[in-house]
Design a protein around this ligand. Sequence first.
Ligand code: 5GP
Ligand code: ZN
Length: 111
Amino acid sequence: MDCVFCKIVAGEIPSDILYQDEEVIAFRDINPIAPTHLLIVSKKHIPSVLHLTDAEAPLIGHMTKVANQLAREYGVAESGYRLVINCGKEGGQLVPHLHMHLLGGRVLKWG
Ligand code: 5GP
Ligand code: ZN
């Protein structure tokens, strides 16, 4: 499948893996918009949060838990951070494979 995140999961595209378990992998965004910009990516190819089945929905809780752990580990837990899941064209989703952004290290504007 021609999916950049599937290729990263498969190790076909290099990334600096910060965390992984059976369900998710986390690495730094290649084009960071904040000093800390990590991606928490499902290992399974799910095109977007809209495509989550009821059975897959707990994955979002797991991604959040991993993001919180990474926020502590990478020093933004106290200063504050933002977790973002973009969905679809107007939601700003560029890579059609479920992922969560962890953003921190500066004051984040809205809109
Ligand atoms: P989206 O806009 O889909 O929510 O976010 C996709 C993110 O993936 C973007 O912030 C983009 O910079 C990042 N990205 C795209 N391709 C790669 C890649 O090959 N490696 C890494 N580390 N990040 C990528
Ligand atoms: Zn994929």
